[in-house]
Write a protein that binds this ligand. Structure first.
Ligand code: SF4
Length: 311
């Protein structure tokens, strides 16, 4: 067996920042410590923090008055910030700056009287947060079929935005359809898909051709990880999304396979190495790391945490 290890893979700058924020908040404030939604969409990461006493909540009303709460990397709507204030919570905002950028674009377009077509997945934490910035001005566009059904008067000003973790190819198709149907629509230069999502998809696009099997480390609710698995399938590969080595089924492989291993932006490198180690032990696999693009992106901790001294 031969393993092609995709690079870049795994943690992005936003996930690194969110996890470091939670670690620092835990060291500084101890428990009880609350996180609104999963800090990042990864089961092993969430389970690790849960074992340390962190409480993850789906409703801000579950956080006791006066307690400390972190907002996850996916961001929150203004309504959540307002409720936090009313409940006198100490809020620490670990929203990824690239998600905040989309929020700010939504606010600006709404203020300028645009109807915003947000390309994204219904129910995703990021989409809920972005739509909350201007609920009366945003229409969610989930797929190409929905574009067909859209109708606006000629004098309606239209703008598009996208979720940060979409398939680059699928979002491109939808954006082209929107531009064809509404030639006056405006938007960002290309889309809002973040650098990490684009780079991990680019690596799979470049490397999958040499593999028969694609293994993606990531959780089932991780949008960017799901897109990597789908991309493997687009190239006709057997592609699997797994949280850890325990999810592997030996009947996925033959002893002489070439396996592309990658990881979504919220999947820890430790889990990647466990999978590589298992394949090496079980199939005597050789490993070749292929760098498709270098990444040098870092985000600062939230300002609520920057000046805190932790021993
Ligand atoms: S995947 Fe992109 S938008 Fe999401 S946290 Fe990472 S860098 Fe930020």
């Amino acid at each position: 067996m031969h393993i092609i290890l995709a690079n870049p893979r795994g943690f992005c700058a936003g996930v690194n920042m969110a996890i470091q924020s939670l670690e620092k908040a835990l060291a500084a404030f101890g428990t009880p410590l609350y996180v609104y939604h999963e800090i990042v969409h990864n089961r092993p990461v969430v389970e690790k923090f849960r074992s340390l006493g962190v409480v993850f909540v789906d409703h801000i009303s579950e956080v006791p008055s006066g307690a400390t709460v972190l907002y996850s990397a996916h961001g929150v709507s203004p309504e959540i910030r307002q409720v936090s204030k009313e409940r006198n919570l100490r809020a620490i905002d670990a929203t990824c700056p690239l998600v905040t950028k989309v929020h700010l674009e939504a606010i600006r377009f709404a203020k300028d009287g645009y109807t915003i077509l947000l390309i994204g997945h219904a129910g995703h934490d990021e989409v809920i947060g972005t739509m909350g910035e201007a609920p009366q001005a945003i229409v969610l566009v989930e797929d190409l079929d929905y574009v067909e059904t859209l109708a606006f008067a000629d004098d309606v000003k239209l703008a598009f935005l996208t979720q940060t973790t979409l398939s680059v190819d699928e979002a491109g198709v939808i954006i082209r359809a929107l531009k064809a149907k509404f030639p006056h629509i405006v938007g960002p230069a290309k889309d809002d898909i973040c650098y990490a999502t684009q780079n991990r998809q680019e690596a799979v696009r470049d490397l999958a051709k040499d593999a028969r099997v694609v293994l993606v480390l990531g959780s089932q609710n991780s949008s960017n990880s799901l897109r990597l698995r789908e991309l493997g399938e687009v190239f006709g590969k057997s592609a699997y999304l797994i949280d850890s080595v325990e999810d592997i089924r030996p009947d996925w492989f033959s002893a002489d396979d070439t396996v592309l291993v990658t990881a979504g932006a919220s999947a820890p490198e430790e889990k990647v190495q466990e999978v590589v180690g298992w394949l090496k032990t079980t199939y005597d696999a050789t490993v070749e790391e292929k760098v498709v693009r270098e990444e040098h992106v870092n985000f600062p901790l939230p300002r609520e945490l920057r000046s805190l001294q932790v021993i």
